[in-house]
Design a protein around this ligand. Structure first.
Ligand code: ATP
Length: 424
């Protein structure tokens, strides 16, 4: 025993290093090891540039590539002042083995970490976790994301999700936006807290507001921020769900059927999920459906106000101020227009139109909208029309030089309303 200890001590004196092997495949596992893939990404981002021979890994979408070190390359890393050596190797199958086991019949790649024996604790307790967490985060950032929708056969079909909406491009009250962002970031960083209090790591938002106010854009912005996939479940098309089908045949979806369904949705989710419900008609929803616990935050997206307009002007015209802003601000207070329709009016239909003509386009659309609403009210209440005849005339004069440019807007609005005026 003493002699053995003596040789061990001598060996560690001569070679004071330890090595840790991370295999690409665990024994009996057909999936690549999560740790191996994370290390590959980590080294690719941090140290692989130092390698002489690199390997190109083309991602599933075929558009992006990341470089990792080739077999038998070696790179170094540093953590809290400690030096770490990484090498990539593979063990080649033995040709003379006649009956090979699964583990022996193909090349096995692995990463080898080498560090000084005295740093063992820091490396095993901190560094390895740091590498794997960071590698996973890098992979999540570059992975292709998906938008799934439920189809008639009650299964999911997916397309690649690429939506440009972000919280920067989202036009809404800045304070409200800040509150939502804070809530999402708190949720994102609260995994340990949710585990500690024994709650599942999920959060529910209810987005409500008229068509074209940015509900879908906000969901896309959330998914982009959190790097999530989206599962878009149209409740009106879940007839294939056995429970719901029964309810649907008898009546429309009953409240209790919907509640069961939503609760089922919550409990079916494993971890880290945001569930977002959208509706154009919050007033038609039963309070039980939207009580806290099912939906943690209620977010109203409303017609375009001046603050919202300023964000759209920045997005679409790259404009922070203009003398016509004051007129637009006043008109937005006097009439309602969705951000979708404001955006539509700001977008140039011909590339030659300058900023001023686009702003004027919007002003005319807003004036026409105001006039339409006024005429509608007057039609419904003839007395007001008689009393107010003079001022109506005035208003007509005001807009008499308006081009017919609002026609497109009205069409856009009515088609938008027709196509999307349904509860999500
Ligand atoms: N708040 C907003 N900020 C930025 N863009 C917006 C906003 N609202 C609408 N838009 C623009 O209008 C388009 C339509 O809006 P969006 O689909 O997000 O509205 P919605 O509220 O989901 O409508 P619906 O109730 O009809 O589903 C978006 O693609 C975007 O270009």
């Amino acid at each position: 025993y003493h002699i053995e200890r003596y040789f061990q001590r001598l060996a560690s004196y001569v070679y004071p290093y330890i090595t840790i092997i991370f295999n690409e495949y665990q024994v009996d596992d057909f999936e690549r090891s999560v740790a191996y893939m994370a290390i590959e990404r980590y080294l690719s981002a941090h140290s692989s540039n130092g390698a002489k021979r690199l390997k190109a890994n083309v991602l599933r979408d075929g558009k992006s590539v990341f470089l990792s070190m080739d077999d038998y390359e070696e790179v170094t890393d540093e953590f809290k002042g400690i030096k770490i050596w990484w090498s990539s190797s593979k063990s080649v199958p033995q040709q003379n083995v006649l009956i090979a086991s699964r583990e022996d019949d193909h090349e096995k790649r692995y990463f080898k970490l080498t560090c000084h024996r005295k740093d063992r604790d820091v490396i095993t307790k901190l560094y390895v976790h740091h590498v794997i967490d960071e590698g996973k985060a890098i992979a999540a950032k570059t992975r292709q994301r998906w938008l799934f929708t439920n189809n008639k056969r009650n299964s999911w079909s997916g397309i690649i999700f690429e939506h440009p909406s972000t919280f920067d491009t989202l036009a809404m009250d800045p304070q409200k936006k800040k509150d939502i962002l804070e809530d999402i970031m708190t949720f994102r960083n609260s995994k340990d807290y949710y585990t500690k209090v024994g709650k599942s790591w999920k959060r529910g938002y209810l987005l409500y507001g008229p068509p074209g106010t940015g509900k879908s854009s906000m969901i896309a912005a959330m998914a982009n921020l959190l790097e999530y996939d989206i599962y878009d479940l149209e409740l009106t098309s879940v007839q294939d769900n056995t429970d719901l089908r029964k309810l649907l045949i008898r009546t429309s979806i009953t409240l209790s059927g919907l509640l069961n369904f939503i609760d089922g949705l919550w409990s079916a989710c494993g971890s880290e999920r945001l569930i977002v419900f959208t509706t154009n008609h919050i007033e038609k929803l039963d309070p039980a459906l939207i009580r806290r616990g099912r939906m943690d935050m209620h977010i109203e997206l409303s017609y375009c106000c001046f603050e919202t307009f300023k964000i759209l002007a920045k997005n679409y015209l790259d404009l922070e101020s203009h003398e016509l802003f004051a007129t637009i601000g006043r008109l937005l207070e006097e009439t309602s227009m969705s951000p979708a329709d404001v955006a539509e009016n700001l977008m140039s239909k011909s590339a030659t139109r300058n900023v001023e003509s686009r702003l004027n386009n919007l002003i005319k659309a807003l004036e026409n909208r105001k006039k339409e609403v006024r005429l509608k009210v007057e039609e419904e209440t003839p007395n007001i029309s008689q009393q107010d005849g003079e001022s109506v005339q005035e208003s007509d004069d005001d807009t008499s030089d308006a081009e017919s440019s609002d026609a497109g807007t009205s069409d856009a609005e009515s088609s938008h309303a027709e196509s999307s005026d349904s509860d999500g």
